[in-house]
Design a protein around this ligand. Structure first.
Ligand SMILES: *Cc1c(COP(=O)(O)O)cnc(C)c1O
Length: 394
């Protein structure tokens, strides 16, 4: 763990000798970008997920951009997505000129997008739906796919939280047209900065391959191996490549993924058991669909409790917490550019105002969970006393 002010940090990486050896091997090899390690990482991810095509990219945000761009989104097109997600889910759509249209979550019991609300927001301009598997809990994909078929829409899965999670024996990220993963430091599979785009569609794969590397028809790697001597450019692509160092790190991290997801699952079960005894705190996703990846553990505080007071008390106890997420439609840019406003998504807004994310990472251990819940109990108690004192005065 990095030196820190926290007794228990929000997240932590799980790196060891295999990662150090993998990175060192690349440095000694003299080939630093898009070579054997990248191909091996893509092949291993494709095999683990059971998908035809996997493209390693620089981060999860550009994975989303490639997904939206491959589906042909552009100015005038609308893409329906949740507001309770990291801002990159929507930002990446705006890179194409498309308009994000925000849909509701189910509510306090399930923080995933509600397919019925998605249906209500479909217009003649809708071209795609992007679902986010919040915390690695599978979105109910069947009604989403049915809507997509009925209206001829593309389906993007933001699977940044969900590597290794399953829905009806399919890996999340492989169910819609395109799936996007992030390997940012705090994700279930971490390389620092990195991502992956996956698809079963050959036509989309070809576009993604080209756009990842300047729209060029051959790679430096192909030319190095003597497989090509020149190239053409067939679209104004990007440089969204991953390097060999991170690909090697990703391969080593992939070996740990299923084991670490199982540790997360056990920690979440322990959390749920203990949280049931804390008044004023509820844990959503009591009945997940399929097999989640347990990326984070969100809880909801009773509406009368001050979340700021709970966070401050936890901080004083040196336990780090977070909020997932400030809803996107309330950010200045989205209000000013797309006319989003408070009141548009009452269910999302009510949940977002009460959400608190507790520490979760594979090496936390049952003792860590117990310390966090004890700290939360004290924090909620002091927030409640403060609220009672205020109401007694007024
Ligand atoms: C982390 C994350 C992203 C962005 O990934 P980066 O690799 O940080 O660019 C996108 N969507 C969600 C839901 C995320 O959690």
């Amino acid at each position: 763990m990095a030196e820190s002010v926290w007794r228990i940090p929000l997240a932590d990486v799980d790196m060891g000798e295999p990662e150090i050896a993998a990175v060192t091997e690349v440095l000694r090899s003299g080939w630093l970008t898009m070579g054997e390690k990248t191909q091996a990482f893509e092949a291993a991810m494709a095999a683990r997920l059971g998908v035809r095509h996997a493209f390693a990219v620089a981060n999860g945000t550009v994975a989303l951009h490639l997904a939206y761009a491959a589906l042909g989104l552009g100015p005038g097109d609308e893409v329906i997505l949740p507001a309770l997600t990291f801002v990159a889910t929507a930002n990446a759509a705006t890179y194409t000129g498309a308009t994000p249209v925000f849909a509701e979550i189910y509510g306090p019991h399930d923080l995933n997008i509600d397919p019925e609300d998605v249906a209500r927001r479909i217009t003649p301009r809708t071209r795609a739906i992007c679902v986010v598997h919040y915390a690695g809990y599978p979105v109910d994909m069947n009604p989403i796919l049915a809507l997509a078929r009925e209206h001829g829409l593309g389906v993007v899965e933001d699977a940044a939280h969900a590597p290794g999670a399953m829905y009806q024996s399919q890996a999340l990220g492989t169910i819609g047209d395109v799936g996007c993963f992030s390997f940012f430091s705090n994700k279930n599979l971490a390389v620092g900065e990195g991502g992956m785009v996956v698809t079963n569609r050959d036509d989309l794969a070809e576009r993604i391959r080209l756009m990842r590397s300047h729209g060029m028809t051959t790679l430096t790697w192909d030319r190095h191996r003597g497989h090509a001597s020149s190239y053409d450019v067939v679209s104004p692509g990007f440089n969204y490549r991953l390097d060999e160092i991170r690909a090697a790190l990703g391969l080593a991290q992939l070996d740990r993924l299923d084991g670490n997801n199982a540790r997360r699952k056990a920690l979440v079960a322990h959390y749920r058991e203990l949280l049931a005894g804390v008044p004023g705190v509820e844990a959503p996703f009591a009945q997940p669909l399929g097999d989640p990846s347990y990326h984070i553990i969100p809880v909801l505080l009773a509406p009368e409790l001050s979340r700021a007071a709970v966070i401050a008390a936890m901080k004083a106890d040196r336990i780090q917490t977070s909020i997932h997420y400030p809803p996107i439609h309330l950010f200045t840019y989205y209000r000013e550019r797309f006319g989003a406003q408070e009141g548009m998504l009452p269910r999302t807004e009510a949940v977002a105002a009460r959400e608190l994310t507790l520490p979760l990472y594979p090496t936390l251990g049952p003792d860590g969970v117990e310390q966090v819940v004890a700290g939360l109990r004290r924090a909620v108690e002091s927030a409640r006393q403060a609220a009672d004192a205020v109401s007694a005065v007024s």
